[in-house]
Design a protein around this ligand. Sequence first.
Ligand code: HEM
Length: 162
Amino acid sequence: MNILRYVYRFWPVELLLLLCVGFQVVSGLGLVMKKGFVRQPWYVVAQVLSGLYLSFFLIYHVQAVLRGRFQWKMNTGFYFAAGVANHYPEKLFFIPYYTLSLVAVFTHIAAVHYLKRMEQWQLKPEDHLKRRYKNETIGICIAGGLVTFLIMISLCGVLYAI
Ligand code: HEM
């Protein structure tokens, strides 16, 4: 983080990053309103639900980080996040909150991957292709589960004392 902060905290880079976050939230919510998710295939429902959670998370998370830095003058590093994930009763909220954010990122990616693959499959509907596309999607979910598990056990002090 100490090294990467020189990059993502360089004000033009940070401004661009925050604008991207804002655009992602606004365009995502716009798509949900336009498309809806009632009576849609499961992967569209998964995409919409994970996107809605990410919108909530990004707004809450970024404002907490910015307030921590500018209003409370804190070092918003690893321990800023780990503090609330280790302290009772805050952890009852923050452990599921962080876990779901990571699950939502991978669900969102897996769902859009499957959606795009299904569009390709309709042009060439062969059984072995459908199996391959399903396996790719399951692969993204398994990798996501593993990454989520590793990040969360490190954040929650399972690997070392915090
Ligand atoms: C376990 C999950 C997560 C933890 C512990 C975490 C922790 C943090 C911390 C400590 C910062 C402050 C960085 C700094 O001050 O240098 C931060 C900033 C940020 N995080 Fe997360 N985060 C998590 C998940 C996510 C996810 C899933 C996203 C996006 C989908 C995200 C997007 C951001 C953004 C946009 C910033 C602001 C960066 C900036 O202002 O330059 N975070 N996060």
